[in-house]
Design a protein around this ligand. Sequence first.
Ligand SMILES: Cc1ncc(C[n+]2csc(CCOP(=O)(O)OP(=O)(O)O)c2C)c(N)n1
Ligand SMILES: [Mg+2]
Length: 344
Amino acid sequence: MRPDPEDLYRRMARARFCEEALSALWERGLISGEMHLGAGEEAVAAGVTAHLEEGDAMALDHRSTPPLVARGVDLVALFLEMLGHEEGLCAGKGGHMHLFSRDLLSASSGIVGSSAPLGCGFALAAQYLNPGKVAVAFFGEGAVNQGMLLEALNLAVAWKLPLVFVCKDNRWAITTRSREVTGGRLARRARSFGMPATRVDGTRVEKVWEAAGRAVERARAGHGPSFILASCPRLQGHFLGDPLLRVFREPLRQTLEIGPPLLRSLFSRPLTALASRVPRLGTIGKTIALLGVERYVLERDPLQRSAALLTEEARRRLEEEARREVAEAVERALETAGRREENA
Ligand SMILES: Cc1ncc(C[n+]2csc(CCOP(=O)(O)OP(=O)(O)O)c2C)c(N)n1
Ligand SMILES: [Mg+2]
């Protein structure tokens, strides 16, 4: 089988434009709470969901919108959910971190690592009730240090579950560099449980598609779980309005804003010795610098990379269609929620 670049790009473009629309709604204060976007994870979402069929399940984490959108969730219901409306995907009670779709057999959770045991549950149900169907669990690399995730890797192998573990490695867990708190290599760790593990460039949709195809086929055939480690960027920082990214976007304003309190904290009534505070300031500076280098120098936008698989005409057409579809869904959601005037 060969990948269909147009189908994959359509999934990615819809996912990206939804993330942009969510960002705009959040900036206007129409969505309450934190907002973790999955911008940068579109190639992973598209490459995996392209192999899923009706009856397959997805266990999702706090960046759940790209897989849901790539797989074809009702966009109006998704936006209404974010607006807290009763006609939303989860009657307006879930919000962005607890999305659930009965049609797509998909559920997300903000509890880091929980998508793995949830994925085991979906896969166990498929094994008993619906052989041939599979489950996918999406999570970040930070989650792989959670006990429940390691237990899930073990059970999935022991019970030969039809499950694909998809680890989205953006190298960061909020402001912690994952490599500084991780022993060994994650793909090797997964292999040590007795399952195949593949590393892919998660900004290259065709590579993700190939790896996911093998893993899904293996699960469908009843041969058990696989692990995919897909590197991808975190284009909007940990959450919208991430203060560390703001430092790069508006350096002067942010330095004036966060500089004085940081300096004050250095000399405020001592609880710890000054000598131990200075290196802490250095750590904050180093973290900000590393984030900036990765975000603005090293990271690649998966949409730009995948556009290379298409003709310019096809890219433009697919983007126009996706933009229109998303804009119409936002408009309808705002109208239903009685907030149309706010779509200025
Ligand atoms: C059990 C648990 N611990 C801590 C948190 C706080 N938290 C939210 S997101 C996050 C980072 C997760 O990192 P990773 O799994 O790499 O996902 P990423 O945010 O990088 O996509 C943490 C620690 C949480 N939500 N749940
Ligand atoms: Mg991460």
